[in-house]
Design a protein around this ligand. Structure first.
Ligand code: ZN
Length: 297
């Protein structure tokens, strides 16, 4: 999807409402309260009224669009900018492009990001690479601010030729690593490749991964690729993440790091998906609302 295409397909808020309605209720519109499908359309309010319980709702009721005064067209443009920017898009860029206030742009970005948070993710299988990296802190420049010079740990797990997972972790102790393995890697995994970090053998043991399934690459000895035993694909994802953090997200605080990781992960896992934009809209119109109070708590 390009901006001209978006302008052509969704030139009015009515066009936007129509596609959102199809994405939210693919089997036909139903009342969110009682699931009745017998409804009246009130065009002046752009709302449905339920014939059973009299509930009045619009296509955006109870979604992340809830209570927004922004035109749907602007939401669509913001979503397109966010999903198409491989290295991420800052709230400041959205502010300039849409001509809205920084606060509006910031809230908008966070709500779209909240919709990108994946629930019920499939377990990773086959060959899985696991690696850890650090973002923020002084030596990495002005990437992050908020918690002094503290570096934040990001754990990456990537199924070779498959999906990526990013997590903002407390530390790289074996108990922490074991938790991410248990929650994200299938019991039937063929192989997990990591670097020589001392916590990994302990973590595998704690997560119930057999010793012969864990392969280690020795970065210390500059043995980066030994046949199929490498962590290059997860490292590629990390470098994309770091370029994003350095280049566009100037004010990421530790608190919001998980949301940025969700966004990077969402985009990365769909980079070959031709319906990326519609897929994002579908998430936006089916995800729970994110209130400003909750975001700034
Ligand atoms: Zn109803």
């Amino acid at each position: 999807m390009t901006l001209p295409e978006l302008n052509r397909l969704f030139s009015t808020d009515d066009d936007c409402r129509e596609i959102l309605t199809r994405l939210r209720w693919p089997a036909g519109v139903e009342c969110p309260r009682c699931h009745n499908k017998n409804l009246w359309w009130v065009d002046s309010r752009k709302q449905f009224t339920c014939s059973e319980c009299s509930y009045q709702f619009s296509v955006t009721t109870g979604t992340i669009f809830n209570d927004s005064h922004l035109a749907l067209r602007n939401w669509f443009v913001a979503a397109l900018l966010l999903v198409e920017a491989r290295k991420g898009m800052s709230a400041n860029q959205i502010k300039r492009t849409l001509g809205v206030s920084y606060k509006t742009a910031w809230y908008l970005c966070h709500r779209i990001r909240a919709a990108m948070k994946q629930v019920d993710q499939p377990m990773l299988d086959g060959t899985v690479e696991m690696d850890e990296t650090y973002v923020g802190g002084k030596t990495h420049g002005a990437g992050m601010r908020g918690r002094g010079a503290a570096k934040e740990v990001v754990i990456g797990l990537r199924q070779r030729n498959g999906e990526l997972r990013f997590f903002h972790a407390e530390d790289v102790k074996h108990g922490t690593l074991a938790k991410y393995i248990r929650e994200n890697v299938s019991k039937d995994v063929d192989v997990i490749v990591t670097d020589e970090l001392i916590s990994y053998p302990w973590a595998m043991d704690e997560a119930g991964v057999a010793k012969d399934k864990h392969k280690t690459i020795r970065h210390k000895d500059r043995v980066y690729v030994a046949g199929d035993i490498h962590t290059n694909t997860v490292e590629n994802a990390f470098s994309l993440l770091k370029r994003g953090i350095m280049g566009t997200w100037h004010k990421i605080s530790a608190k919001h790091l998980p949301a940025y990781l969700d966004e990077m992960q969402f985009r990365f896992n769909r980079r070959k998906n031709a319906n990326l934009f519609l897929d994002t809209l579908r998430h936006m119109v089916t995800a729970d609302p994110l209130t400003f109070a909750k975001l700034t708590a």
